[in-house]
Design a protein around this ligand. Structure first.
Ligand code: ADP
Ligand code: MG
Length: 273
């Protein structure tokens, strides 16, 4: 009887938490055009705090554009994105959306980490300074504080012995792990990954996926574009299949990957598996 009472309390507690905490990311009716070409066509997506979302889809389906819209590197013509309940790049004015200043947008972008396919490290900075640069540039930390944090984060991605190395002396897998530590340095609420392992030699993919899996296990909110289906099955809370700018299918990996409903999803999976 005592045990039952405790379980009841826990259930009630978790329901209340879910209701009161804003979603980590909400994409509200986003449409995006490049000239006459519509690249995103009414995308709606909700990512809960601590959740891992994997985005799949053929080349050209709009995956990178969707990540860039979430980070406001691209402005959608229709719709907007919220992070922790706060609209990114815009504010509501009655029924309309007004652009925020560049400065305000830069501040918001610091709360969203981005890891690119090609690492994009600063070639003239050591691993340590690559990770320490943003917290110093944004005035969040002093240089010694940022370097302390950078050491800690490089240790977390297994690179404690590479703090003084320049990117050209690191393997692709090591460079990408530095890039992940750099994304963590601003303590973002969400980290976006755009095909983080597709530029790597096959034998280096595992070390990067292991670091991402560790982040997933630590409760960081992650949105990952990848073609690594086995990885998606292991870490994803939800899998989203994007095709021609629309979400065709979404749900837990056991549904989308193992029992896809749509012909396009089945066709795509048969090509990448
Ligand atoms: P994915 O990441 O799924 O391969 P993208 O989001 O990169 O797809 O691109 C979606 C479509 O938008 C493609 O047809 C691409 O050619 C086009 N596109 C992407 N970026 C631009 C841009 N800056 N200007 C014009 N067209 C673009
Ligand atoms: Mg892409």
């Amino acid at each position: 009887e005592t045990t039952e009472t405790i379980e009841d309390t826990r259930t009630t507690g978790s329901v209340e938490t879910t209701e009161t905490r804003p979603a980590a990311v909400e994409v509200h009716g986003v449409h995006k055009w490049y000239g006459a070409h519509q690249v995103l066509n009414g995308v709606e997506l909700t990512v809960q705090p601590g959740e891992v979302t994997v985005i799949l889809g053929p080349s050209g389906s709009g995956k990178s554009t969707l990540l860039r819209v979430i980070n406001h590197l691209e402005k959608p013509e229709v719709g907007y994105v919220s992070v922790n309940g706060e609209p990114i790049g815009v504010r509501r004015q009655g029924a309309r959306l007004k652009e925020l200043s560049e400065r305000a947008i830069l501040g918001q972008r610091g709360r969203i980490g981005f890891v690119f396919q090609n690492f994009n490290l600063f070639p003239h900075l050591t691993a340590l300074d690559n990770v320490a640069a943003a917290p110093v540039a944004t005035g969040k930390l002093t240089k010694p504080q940022a370097q302390g944090l950078a050491r800690e984060l490089l240790g977390r991605v297994g690179l404690a012995d590479k703090v003084g190395a320049y990117p050209r002396r690191l393997s692709g897998g090591q460079q990408q792990r530095v890039a992940i530590a750099r994304a963590l340095a601003l303590r973002p609420g969400v980290i976006l990954f755009d095909e983080p392992t597709s530029a790597l030699d096959p034998e280096l993919v595992g070390e990067v996926l292991a670091v991402i899996k560790d982040l997933a296990g630590s409760g960081t909110t992650l949105i990952i574009v990848t073609h690594e289906i086995g990885f998606a099955r292991e870490v994803a809370d939800q899998v989203v299949f994007l095709d021609e700018g629309r979400i065709v299918e979404q749900g837990p990996p056991t549904e989308v990957l193992d029992h896809p409903e749509h012909e396009r999803t089945r066709d795509f999976l048969s090509k990448v598996l």
